[in-house]
Design a protein around this ligand. Sequence first.
Ligand code: PHE
Length: 356
Amino acid sequence: MNVPLDQITTITSEALAALAGVESIEELDERVASIVGKRSAFAAVQKSFGSLEPDERRTMGAQLQEARRTVEVAVESRRAQLRAAQRAAMLDADRLDLGDVVVAAQTWPVSLGHAGLVDSTQAELEDVFVAMGFTVAEGPEVESDWYNFEALNIPPAHPARGMWDTFYVDLGDPETVVLRTHTSPTQVHLMEAAVANNSLPIHSVAPGRCYRRDTPDARHLAAFHQIEGLIVDRDITFADLAGTIETFTRAYFGPDIESRLRPAFFPFTEPSAEFEVTCTICRGTGCRTCSNTGWIELGGCGMMDPAVFEAVGIDPDVWSGFAFGFGIDRCAQMKHELSDMRALVENDVRFLGQFA
Ligand code: PHE
């Protein structure tokens, strides 16, 4: 019986069994010396070969080396196995749970997007005015100084320019091109076109985006929206203006909201008025949104100033008219009782989703 050979077979299978029981790389590192290293049965058996005959020692020594290499290879493959398992466990722990997303993707119909509150408010306002006999027009957001100011009876350096904190566009001579500060320049475009086409009278509204160098607060945005109204016809009086505003307010806000006109000044209308509604946040008692006045200004209005007619070549002895400009965002704010207008641009889906 070949005792050393049996011994080699036994310690090899014991080493492989021990290796299979190792559960982590740390444990493997700890135990590797006792499985194949200096403290292993391989080392002990090798020592015992000292008592063998030289020939037998050589043969058995070679056998032992080979068995040891087999175990060493097994150690490395176990290490690779453990590393892969550890990595998989780590990835598993880090994995995002996409279960909800998968469920949402499987739910049909998916919820579709919808118009934002400003867009839908603009559409509602247009509907109200179309029903009253107005047509809908549009004008550019980038204007020359002439359209935004000069033709509206606001000459260069006139102190009234301070009413509009203006963004200037870096184009042409300094301060000659602006982001429109109101929709009133569309009045000028409409009148010029009507003169050129000989198509007076005008009964139009023109909604669109405007820009002012304002710090956003509860009722201001630097990019906001207005809807301009312009009537140029014969024998138009302030009563027509007041009646139009009153009809609009009833139609858009309903009977619950009160409105008032207060004397004001605009260079392009005379007389001029400010159009206000009861603050819907506090119902008139005063709050942060209305700066404790109980009222919210929606816009301005007034009878066309003859100087504006003259700037575009309309005869003020034949034609008269009125104009108004309301904040669309303010209309949305008051109708939906939003205490802070900035909600309109913060893109919080919990807010937006209420107006589907
Ligand atoms: N354009 C003015 C503003 O934004 C409002 C206004 C429009 C006033 C039309 C009178 C007539 O301040």
